[in-house]
Design a protein around this ligand. Structure first.
Ligand code: BES
Ligand code: MN
Ligand code: MN
Length: 455
């Protein structure tokens, strides 16, 4: 029996197991889910143990890290797989067609929070490796695996784990499936991710909510002020106005521009997919350049005043918002957080107090676009998907990729399996059954290809 036969034979069971994994409400952002997060980690650990991995649960200051290894022979290449078992909060609940933590298959999609990001993608590798072990009795490479529970909250405690276990984690190459294919008909290898820097901004006005009739006109309204401050973070051409923001940003290279132009894209279809009638962004750049290779700034949420039923005529006492900035190499999250804080304090009117909480983030990253590891990955993708992958970048962030490079001196193969309409982080998250199946096939083909690099 080949690994591919094994996958075919176990199709139903494999989906049942993925459903079990998806039923854990492993929302890392919320303390009320701490137990669910832990239970999910333990399930992943037990599952890997049953397949034949040596496993360890590593406690951190936050959620635990699952570590597993399957060591075969020192002479073989060692591959470090990474994935995350935590998920984004499911809210707003009312927009879900079915329960976020009760997976169902609907019109060819596995629907649940975490289906694509990242439980479904992670599971393709778990099942691909299992297929090889069960059908051949071993693996053609040494495998180490990290499955973390804090990716969606900036991987805050992962660097400590990595530093402590540097030796144990030593590998020749890392593999991560936590991003997308180019399209439903075109698989891809991702060669770059943006970084991220996060802040939360608080604007304080009067010491309590006050009657807007009695006080309106005499004092600053924190909501109005924060809106005004936010509006001053971009200029008319879509450039970010924070002094020094672009200082360390690498230019979009001619090679990248050329590469992006080769990818099939129409603005019309892009707009239709989002139901918007125009696009907006930094002048002088294409959509791919804007989302993959240029830094950006966005408000993720805004709080202030009264939004309950009916009317309430007040001037709110405070307002706040969460802002994230996507970074490109060689921007530093700490430096960018300092710069936005300084700028916001400078433009804040005297009539309010402004506080900026800096949450830091991760740097952007670019990985090699050629070499034997990449050829191996491309070959495995061809086996799984029947097509040679294209090169693309992604605008999202996976903090660990930079740590792998800087701390462990290792490059990463970013083999995304999702689609841009999988609704990651949105209501009705989903993962195509065919992408899961092809992903498992790719994952079952990958170790043999990677093994050849060591020959
Ligand atoms: N899987 C995503 C990263 C991603 C998103 C890659 C889109 C490619 C395309 C990951 O789970 C994620 O959401 N990362 C966060 C990181 C942040 C919380 C530090 C992100 O990008 O917002
Ligand atoms: Mn992810
Ligand atoms: Mn995510």
């Amino acid at each position: 029996m080949t690994p591919f036969d094994y996958l075919k034979k176990t199709k139903k069971k494999r989906m049942d197991e993925l459903f079990t994994l998806l039923r854990f409400a492993s929302v890392s952002a919320k303390s009320e889910h701490k137990k669910d997060v832990k239970a999910c980690a333990v399930w992943v650990l037990d599952h890997l143990k049953k397949i034949g991995f040596k496993t360890e649960l590593h406690a951190t200051k936050g959620h635990p890290v699952v570590y597993a290894e399957y060591m075969v022979d020192k002479k073989l290449p060692t591959v470090l797989y990474y994935g995350h078992y935590d998920v984004q909060p499911p809210e707003p609940y009312e927009l879900w067609k079915t329960e976020p933590f009760q997976p169902v298959i609907r019109s060819g999609y596995i629907c649940a929070r975490g289906a694509t990001d990242d439980k479904g993608q992670l599971f393709t590798h778990v099942k691909g490796l299992e297929a090889i072990i069960k059908s051949t009795g071993t693996l053609p490479i040494n495998v180490k695996m990290i499955v973390e529970g804090e990716e969606e909250v900036h991987s805050t405690n992962l660097p400590v784990f990595l530093r402590k276990n540097k030796k144990k984690l030593k590998a020749d190459i890392a593999v991560i499936s936590d991003s997308g294919q180019f399209s439903k008909t075109l698989p891809a290898v991702t060669f770059g991710l943006r970084g991220i820097a996060s802040v939360e901004v608080f604007v304080y006005g009067p010491n309590r909510d006050v009657h807007s009739g009695s006080f309106g006109g005499a004092i600053a309204n924190p909501v109005n002020v924060l809106c005004d401050m936010i509006s001053r973070l971009h200029d008319k051409s879509g450039k970010i106005t924070i002094p020094g923001f672009y200082q360390r940003a690498k230019k979009v290279s001619a090679w990248e521009k050329k590469q992006f132009k080769k990818l099939p894209f129409t603005q019309k279809a892009y707009m239709k997919g989002l139901n918007v009638s125009a696009l907006q962004g930094e002048k002088g750049y294409t959509t791919f350049e804007r989302t993959w290779s240029r830094p950006t700034l966005d408000v993720n949420g805004f709080t202030g005043g009264y939004q309950g039923e009916g009317a309430k005529t007040i001037i709110p006492s405070y307002a706040s918002c969460k802002i994230t900035m996507r970074l490109v190499p060689d921007m530093e999250p700490g430096d960018i957080c300092d710069k936005i804080e300084k700028y916001l304090q400078r433009i804040a009117p005297k009539s309010v107090k402004v506080k900026v909480d800096k949450h830091g983030g991760a740097k952007g990253v670019v990985v090699p676009t050629d070499g034997p590891w990449l050829d191996a990955a491309a070959q495995a993708i061809k086996t799984g998907f029947g097509k040679v992958p294209v090169f693309m970048k992604e605008g999202g962030s996976i903090p660990v990729v930079v740590d792998f490079k800087e701390m462990l001196g290792m490059d990463t193969l970013l083999l995304g399996l999702g689609q841009c309409d999988d609704n990651a982080h949105s209501p009705n998250e989903r993962f195509r059954v065919v992408d899961f199946e092809r992903g498992c096939k790719m994952a079952a083909a990958l170790p043999a290809e990677l093994a050849k690099v060591g020959d």
